[in-house]
Design a protein around this ligand. Structure first.
Ligand code: ZN
Length: 288
């Protein structure tokens, strides 16, 4: 069973209990619903379909895909009558990364047999808005976790859907650490916010938002400083991985115990990127 939370008058959050506590958001208006992301497994998204149909006696008019990652988009095909919205970069990423991953995942997981990827038909770049039944949703490009992430701010109820720009541990392996830092700083400026729905995990309340964003910025600085130090000292993998996730303020148990793994992926990714940049710098200087 999917966990369902009503966080404000017209806003529901559905959380996967099958994979990494992925969140989907639902705004219910008199003219229909807007769904923000879907859940990893079809049987979970199906629970949203039933809830909208049987409990709300409504239908989903728009599905906003906050980015192209599998765990957020696999359920979009269950809303054939909805308009699907995404970032300009999402189409390419869906075709080149999510699709091959789906083909592979299907061979291991038969419950994904019917999943079809839906390409967003409405594309946005920097900022766009949806209006439906008195609800205004402002979508903004929020890269860093991935290049195509968008955040969604539900103005009337002051709910900020931060997508994977906010999850229990910052994760930039498919994106860029500097973009993520800028995005977090921008999210901190969105005001007023009563609830912040992360891409994964618990909903943050007004009083927690600023502190958690600061913790995430601290985590990114901690990781980057360590990587710079290891590179300067010519250290290898052991030195790189000697930094525990808890040394940077994120509990090891975060995201159902995935924190250490994601943290190590962050370290290795940043190390390799910086080492490559240093080497090509050196090469250029030699040529000059
Ligand atoms: Zn993601």
């Amino acid at each position: 069973m999917v966990l369902r939370e009503r966080i404000s008058e017209h806003t529901y959050v559905f959380r996967s209990n099958m994979y990494a506590k992925v969140n989907a958001g639902l705004i219910n208006t008199p003219e229909g619903c807007i769904l923000i992301d879907t859940l990893p497994y079809p049987e979970e998204t199906q629970e949203i379909v039933h809830f909208v149909r049987r409990r709300l006696r409504s239908q989903v008019k728009y599905v906003i895909l906050t980015h192209s990652h599998a765990d957020h988009v696999y359920g979009a095909y269950l809303f054939p009558d909805a308009e699907v919205i995404g970032h300009l970069y999402a189409r390419k990423l869906l075709l080149t990364q999510t699709k091959p991953a789906l083909i592979k995942a299907r061979t291991i997981n038969p419950s994904l047999a019917d999943v079809r990827l839906i390409m967003p038909a409405i594309l946005m770049e920097k900022e766009a808005a949806v209006r439906l039944g008195g609800a205004t949703l402002i979508m903004r490009h929020a890269p860093g976790h991935a290049p195509d992430v968008i955040s969604v701010y539900y103005k009337e109820e002051k709910v900020l859907f931060a997508s994977d720009a906010m999850m229990p541990i910052p994760y930039f392996v498919h994106g860029d650490i500097h973009d993520l830092r800028n995005t977090l700083q921008e999210l901190a400026r969105v005001s007023p916010v009563e609830d912040l729905v992360q891409g994964h995990g618990d909903v943050l309340l007004r009083g927690e938002v600023k502190t958690v964003i600061e913790d995430h910025l601290h985590y990114l600085d901690c990781v980057e400083n360590h990587v710079d130090r290891v590179l300067a000292q010519g250290g290898g993998k052991d030195a790189l991985l000697s930094l525990d996730v808890e040394d940077c303020g994120i509990p090891r148990i975060a995201l159902e115990g995935l924190a250490t793994q994601l943290h190590q992926e962050n370290l290795v990714t940043l190390f390799l990127r910086k080492r490559k940049a240093l080497r090509s710098d050196r090469k250029q200087r030699q040529v000059a």
